[in-house]
Design a protein around this ligand. Structure first.
Ligand code: IMP
Ligand code: MG
Length: 173
């Protein structure tokens, strides 16, 4: 198994995260922002992002894992749910990558049932090639092609999350 050179460098990532945070800070000025990180994958992006946001906010997390291995069957397991009150709050869901859209669609619909004041989604990466369910994305770090990537929180088999940059993952035999 090989991890190659950066596909997105530390500098590119930092610049984009700062831009996203500026946009979010402006949009949420005067609001009651509840930023929710989707673990494990979003932990690095989330911590960089919230530290650049200028408006007061509350953080919370949820832990989800998905098993999506056919076109029609996608199952999401929720291992830990948001503890903060959601009703009437301005919720920003922060994800590492949107691929088929199944995970975010499930989480989004679940949160909407709890009547947030607003719900927006911020994803670090958007991989549209394999999208099965359209999910509205309000803030996108980078669009990426149909490659499997690791680093900056993203894993292959729970490894490589600690790489400071994004790399395309190639499996060798
Ligand atoms: P979904 O297919 O949109 O439901 O994506 C679900 C999850 O698959 C993401 O939150 C990631 O954890 C994982 N995933 C999808 N593509 C990649 C990738 O290229 N690298 C690492 N994880 C990925
Ligand atoms: Mg994830």
């Amino acid at each position: 198994m090989v991890v190659g050179k950066p596909f997105l460098t530390v500098e590119q990532i930092q610049k984009r995260v700062k831009e996203l945070a500026e946009e979010i800070s402006a949009d949420y000025e005067g609001k009651d922002l509840l930023a929710v990180g989707i673990l494990k994958g979003a932990f690095v992006f989330f911590s960089d992002l919230v530290r650049q946001i200028q408006t007061p906010l509350t953080v919370d997390f949820l832990i989800a894992s998905s098993y999506v291995r056919s076109m029609t069957c996608g199952q999401v397991d929720l291992h830990y749910d948001i503890r903060e009150e959601i009703a009437d709050r301005d919720v920003l869901l922060v994800e590492d990558i949107v691929d088929t859209g199944i995970t975010l669609n499930y989480l989004r619909e679940r949160i909407l049932l709890k009547n947030p004041g607003s719900l927006k989604i911020c994803t670090f990466l958007n991989k549209t090639a394999r999208r099965e369910i359209a999910v509205p994305l309000d803030y996108v770090g980078f669009q990426i092609p149909d490659e499997f990537v690791v680093g900056y929180g993203l894993d292959y088999s729970n490894k490589y999350r600690n790489l400071p940059y994004i790399s395309v993952f190639k499996k060798t035999t």
